[in-house]
Design a protein around this ligand. Structure first.
Ligand code: IVH
Length: 684
């Protein structure tokens, strides 16, 4: 059955239309239609091709979806070999390259160089015959690669038919297949969800995705491509420079780097290197350096090649961000908040421009997931200023009990049960990723943070004691716990760097002043995990005195509003640590006191045996605060006025209780008088 002319036309239109949208989306980064509309057109073309197989063309966008699985990749002989580049790392090497170029060209004039990112993916050669994509191959050994055509067809950013005109009958377009950082993160998240293996980095993910024998798998992977040159066919292009060549490639529908440019001389090269180095973290894809190419193509020809690399080009590489090394041990570090972080101690390795001896393993689950063990060979990554991390282990290199494999030599890593810094218990909440040391104030690793918190405005409010000074005091060994603050002398402080006598005097005064505080502030200042300002206030109000809180069981603590099992458990854990109790005892001995009542065995109960009734709104104290303070002083707060009532504390808009008091002749006092009672007691 002949295909109706209108259908032939419709199919051709759909192909062209889908191709145009593909180019807009991938080549120009400017989508022209919504994805759903694209899909509709795509399905229409698929339907026509199914009905009339003779409509199917090699360049049809429907051919990108993945063909039948292969047994192995057929070899592919490159028309022109795919060479590699020589590398430069230091500026001097770049200057030497520029000098070699000028010597080779016998000129002293400054040379124009085409400059572009060095994509961190895998090299690919795409063959187009009469404008049609016919074959795509990996680099292989440079002469023969692997034919991965069906897989490359699935990349929507690779044109199946060249746009425009002026292309030679046969051309090999060279470039790099890679995976954008965001696509990589998404792919890995998906792999994790499905319980599949995650990829170590975007480059591995790109390589693994492209080298799939089943192109349906490749079709589901978010691969991208950037063109950077031409193999066979380059002589037939009427272009003068590499820059013009790149413009041509872009015109034919290939994605090319927007960061490309042309600079002059070695200063221009080094300037570009610095500029891209700064942009690097923000680039959507990984690069491992930049590439410099003599811009004039006739000069490129004149310079030619030496062994397997061109004389006209060089790669200026960033220091490698990943390296292999061995795990000598796994320690744990205690952070400022008590967070326990497993850290791999490594055989020193040069990576990311520095020698790395430690790398973070983040947390317990992460170590388990990566299954890092002592003796393992691991990939270590250090990008920019980021803390070095262990990306993955190399399973084949795991040491075993005997030469022929079998049991691994070392057991899986386990987090210690006690803090390596202070010996306190290590705990981890049910839904939490991070385990913590319960040592609090006692643990040296947490001391600085604890001191800083202790001195904070909403805690003990020690003016002038900021985190820099705390660091200085701890580093100098002058302060081990908050209790030590109260023993600091002007003389000692004045001896510190950047500390004058006057500041020292002010600080000592501020520390002394902080002795008079409130129970709520004190509880908050202790830095008990999960006990914020509000909870500290509730605890102070409920218990009235410190001993009550310190001795309370979890059940009793949960009587306090908003204190649930988690908070109660951290309070119990904190006071169970003898070091914490010791520090508290020293603080009290240093003269800390609060108006909500003295610790149980010290000081008289000024309102013992007295019954008070609160009514109306007090000017500064909240009803609960006033109640807590009265109770802390041994008094009782009743809900109604009777003859037995000793005082009615009346505030604004006091109602019937005030009237009743006047009726019964009960003493009526205001807030100021209440505070006086709390301070001095009842004069009888
Ligand atoms: S030009 C004649 N330009 O770097 C040499 N290569 O060692 C042609 N690469 O595996 C290469 N970005 O895949 C060139 N902008 C770029 C590049 C680039 C990455 C890779 C290339 C090859 C390696 C060269």
């Amino acid at each position: 059955m002949a295909v109706p002319a209108v259908t032939v036309e419709r199919a051709a239109w759909l192909r062209a239309e889908l191709d145009r949208h593909n180019h807009a989306y991938y080549g120009l980064d400017a989508p022209t239609i919504p994805d759903a509309e694209y899909d509709r057109l795509f399905r229409e073309l698929q339907g026509l091709e199914a009905e009339y197989p003779e409509l199917l063309t090699a360049d049809s966008p429907t051919q990108r979806v993945g063909a039948a699985a292969l047994k192995e990749f057929p070899p592919r002989l490159h028309g022109v070999p795919m060479l590699s580049l020589n590398n430069a790392f230091a500026p001097e090497e770049v200057e030497a390259f520029d000098k070699r170029v000028r010597d080779g060209l016998e000129t002293i004039a400054a040379i124009d160089y085409a400059v572009e990112p060095k994509f961190d993916g895998l090299a690919i050669s795409l063959t187009y015959e009469n404008g049609l994509f016919t074959c795509g191959a990996t680099r292989g050994d440079g002469v023969t690669g692997e034919d991965v055509t069906p897989n490359l067809r699935t990349l929507r950013c690779i044109p199946l038919r060249l746009r425009g005109e002026g292309w030679p009958a046969l051309i090999e377009v060279r470039g790099e297949v890679l995976m954008f950082k965001a696509d990589f993160a998404e792919l890995n998240a998906r792999q994790r969800e499905r319980g599949d293996k995650e990829f170590a980095n975007p480059r591995n993910a790109a390589a693994g995705s492209l080298r799939q024998l089943d192109s349906k798998i490749t079709a589901g992977r978010p691969l991208s491509f950037f063109a950077y040159g031409v193999g066979a066919g380059s002589n037939e292009l009427a272009v003068r420079t590499h820059g013009e060549l790149m413009d041509r490639l872009a015109g034919w529908g290939f994605p090319v780097a927007v960061e490309r440019g042309v600079v002059t001389g070695s200063r221009g090269l080094l300037g570009y290197f610095a500029e891209i180095g700064e942009k690097r973290p923000a680039l959507p894809y990984d690069i491992d350096g930049v590439v410099y190419k003599v811009n004039r193509l006739d000069w490129q020809d004149r310079l030619g090649f030496v062994s397997r690399a061109p004389r006209f080009a060089i790669a200026h590489k960033f220091p490698a961000e990943e390296a292999l090394t061995e795990v000598l041990g796994i320690d744990v570090q205690v952070g400022r908040t008590g967070a326990i972080t497993p850290v791999a101690r490594l055989k020193p390795v040069f990576v990311g421009g520095v020698t790395v001896t430690n790398a973070t393993l983040h947390n317990e689950d992460e170590v388990r997931r990566k299954d890092v063990r002592v003796g393992d060979t691991v990939i270590v990554r250090r990008a920019g200023d980021v803390i070095p991390e262990v990306v993955a282990i190399v399973p084949e290199k795991r040491p075993t009990r005997d030469l022929f494999g079998g049991e691994p030599l070392h057991p899986p890593f386990e987090l210690p049960k006690t803090c390596p810094e202070c010996g306190s218990a290590v705990t981890r909440g049910e839904d939490e990723a991070i385990a913590r040391c319960t040592g609090g104030l006692y643990c040296p690793a947490q001391r600085k943070q604890a001191l800083w918190h202790f001195a904070a405005r909403r805690a003990m409010d020690i003016e002038g004691l900021g985190d820099k000074l705390v660091d200085q005091l701890v580093d100098a060994g002058l302060v081990h716990s908050p209790a030590d603050l109260y023993g600091l002398s002007v003389e000692t402080l004045a001896g510190l760097e950047r500390m004058g006598e006057k500041s020292a005097r002010n600080l000592v005064a501020a520390i002394a002043q902080s002795r008079q505080t409130t129970l709520a502030r004190f509880i908050f200042a202790l830095g008990i995990r999960n006990v914020g300002e509000a909870t500290a206030r509730d605890l102070a109000r409920h218990f009235g005195q410190l001993e009550g809180i310190m001795g309370a069981e979890a059940i009793a603590l949960q009587q306090v509003p908003d204190v649930g099992p988690v908070v109660a458990a951290s309070i119990v854990a904190f006071f169970n640590e003898s070091h914490n109790r010791e520090i508290i005892a020293r603080l009290l001995a240093a003269g800390l006191q609060w108006s909500e009542g003295q610790p149980a065995d010290s000081g008289p109960k000024l309102l013992a045996g007295k019954t008070l009734v609160l009514t109306g709104t007090l000017p500064t104290l909240k009803r609960d605060d006033a109640k807590a303070m009265i109770e802390a002083a041994g008094g009782k707060v009743a809900g109604s006025v009777s003859k037995k009532t000793d005082y009615v504390v009346a505030g604004e808009e006091a109602g019937s209780k005030l009237e009743k008091a006047q009726e019964l002749g009960v003493s009526v006092i205001d807030e100021a008088e209440l505070l006086k009672l709390l301070e001095k007691g009842v004069e009888e």
